[in-house]
Design a protein around this ligand. Structure first.
Ligand code: NAD
Ligand code: MG
Ligand code: MG
Length: 331
């Protein structure tokens, strides 16, 4: 059984008298900084000079410095800039200020696991990785709840690395939901696999394939959109609430019968073989090498893919339909 930590296992007081630097103020950064501050922790946000987030963070009542200055004054440094920029920000702003006794933290293990960042031996290196988008980390905290997190220790120089990481998890609200013990390797590989094969890549490819199948067969794109894309959330909400059984209790018996008979044909052996291949390319570093290389050459393939996907007909159909909802704010 995996070890899961809750509120009573975490002692926020370990952060008393310490300053936490949050480097980056994006999806995760703004949530960690604000949640920690409201939990009573001393926070400084680290950004680059001229960053658009600077005024926003100050406007939210946070203290902002350059990433270098923030890393210098902090005891705990959480790196929340995009993964592909982290090695550069680390070398320029964090590494020169990583004196013995400090703790370096990440919300995803990519750069430590694939050795793009190799911290000095005298610092603790830990991870608190929320299993949800940054904006949810914030909204759940405000609702008195929290997003479950993973905790991992890569380096324990102080002998207290895990306890301090758990205190951080308490500060962002993670321990209200549960903090699962893992390793940098497990977090990195499962997170990449999940987002590629299931949550982001898998789900959008499935919805798009369903949409295109219906449109190619001559059905109205609007019907195809409602059926294969819009309804996904309603189904997933029920699974989130009470598992597959809860969802199957709510759908018709006809839908439930079709679910059992056809689901395993659509996601058949070929898909599972491909999933195993995707996983082994994560494990052997092929995916990491490709993504690192892509960034080194200016991201031509990534940016072209972003444009091509944004131009797909289903995005236009969806925009129109969402605009017409009576409660729409036009996104
Ligand atoms: P993001 O892209 O939302 O935000 C990045 C922020 O970094 C920007 O808003 C900017 O403020 C700042 N920034 C960019 N370049 C910078 C530079 N050169 N110097 C200083 N600051 C700079 O990033 P994110 O999605 O929040 O990801 C941060 C980390 O959290 C990553 O390791 C990611 O894997 C992890 N993570 C993200 C999510 C998520 O919900 N997005 C979930 C779990 C883990
Ligand atoms: Mg993830
Ligand atoms: Mg991820």
């Amino acid at each position: 059984m995996a070890k899961i930590y809750y509120q009573s296992d975490c002692s926020l007081s370990l952060l008393d008298g310490k300053t936490v630097a949050i480097i980056g103020y994006g999806s995760q950064g703004h949530a960690h900084a604000l949640n920690l501050k409201e939990s009573g922790v001393s926070v400084v946000v680290g950004l680059y000079e001229g960053s658009a987030s600077w005024r926003e963070a100050e406007g939210a009542g946070l203290r902002v410095r350059t990433a270098f200055e923030a890393a210098k004054e902090a005891d705990i440094i959480m790196v929340l800039v995009p993964d592909e920029i982290q090695p550069e920000v680390y070398e320029e702003s964090v590494r020169p200020n990583l004196t013995d006794g400090k703790m370096l933290m990440f919300a995803h293990g990519f750069n430590i696991h694939f050795r793009q960042i190799v911290p000095p031996a005298g610092v603790d290196v830990t991870m608190i990785a929320p299993k949800g988008p940054g904006h949810t980390v914030r909204s759940e905290y405000l609702a008195g709840k929290g997003v479950p997190c993973l905790v991992a220790v890569h380096q324990d120089a102080s002998g207290k690395a895990k306890e301090k990481a758990l205190a951080y998890a308490a500060g962002i609200g993670g321990s209200r939901a549960g903090v699962l013990q893992t390793t940098y390797r497990e977090e990195t590989e499962t997170d990449l696999f999940g987002e590629q094969a299931v949550l982001c890549g898998g789900v959008t490819a499935l919805m798009r394939a369903g949409y295109e199948t219906l449109v190619e067969a001559g059905y109205e794109p609007e019907s195809a959109y409602f059926e294969c894309i819009h309804e996904m959330k309603l189904i997933v909400d029920m699974i989130y609430q009470g598992g597959f059984s809860r969802m199957r209790y709510s759908i018709s018996n006809t839908a439930e019968y079709g679910d059992y008979e056809m689901g395993r044909r659509v996601i058949g052996p070929a898909v599972r073989d491909e999933m195993r291949k995707v996983l082994s390319e994560i494990q052997d570093g092929t995916f990491a090498r490709n993504w690192i290389t892509e960034n080194k050459v200016g991201r031509p393939h990534f940016l072209a893919s972003r444009r091509i996907h944004a131009e797909h007909g289903l995005e236009k159909v969806g925009r129109e339909l969402r605009r017409m909802y009576s409660w729409s704010e036009g996104e």
